[in-house]
Design a protein around this ligand. Sequence first.
Ligand code: PMV
Length: 340
Amino acid sequence: MSQATARAHANLAFVKYWGKSDHALNLPLNNSISMNLSAAYTTTTVNFAEPLRSDVVMIADDGTVSPSFAQRVSLHLDRLRALAGVTTYAQVTTENSFPAATGFASSASGFAALTVAAAGALDLSLSERELSILSRQGSGSASRSVPAGFVEWYAAETSSDSYAEQIAPPGHWDIIDIAVVVSSREKDVSSSDGHRLALNSPFWDARLAALPTTLEQTRTAILERDFTVFGHLLESEAMALHTIAMTSAHGARDGAWRSGIYYWTPDTLDLLIAVQNWRADGLTVYFTLDAGPTVHLICPARQEAVVTNAVRKLERQRPDRKWSLLVSHPAPGAHIIPLD
Ligand code: PMV
């Protein structure tokens, strides 16, 4: 085979990856736990074709990609070519189910889909662990998009020990993520810079020390489907990540000193406060956030309509608000899509 198509879902971290021990290999300083998201996925076709004189990377229906993204893809293909012992260039066509700039990390689904498609096209027979390790080298959190459902990615000192594994399959627990996209503005500080700057926070050591307990309790809450314990851990962990970010002093952007990174917009904060009040009104819902303004509302699937209505009501309180919602259930891992 010289061509294959694969699909991988984005994932949402319940316990976050923030801080690296090795920036070239994307080795994390702590384990993280996530869920694959059914509504957010990337579909990628890789075709290794002799006549090509360089790799060609295209977004379906659009065409253009930035030179830096094309270079990252090419570098990743080199890892797979080296394993297969070939030098042939490839045409890569990729498509996201979600629009760009919605606060979803397309790099996780993107690099997991690229890895699985390229391995398929090169007839490499790799285990899920090997695919996760390879995906991690393209983008850290991509390691978690390889296994299905609820997943844990291990921090380790060597590349071969830092991979993701399933905690529970997608059907284990009927919880959903309602992603509320409050802004499509590009973030000022990339997550790569955020990983580096995290160690500037005076609260960094405290977070690292508390994480083994958080990880253990989160894993157990997922396995026991204990939504209340899970929700408390989830929300506290999101606040811990953003406390670190907001106290990561830096001059990264333009040389001017800043006391920390704010990934939130005022709408983000309005939603966080509203969620806490909704619980007082009897709604079963908790929030988490990644390095961006999008608020992820986690609730049992049966609560979808009531939570969505509450979000829309809040949106209508201000005429300038234009939020979009994306609802996801736990999703499969990265997989080959058979040719018709
Ligand atoms: O994979 P990266 O480098 O984009 O980092 C992702 C970081 C967070 O989304 C904030 C947390 C996580 O674990 O996904």
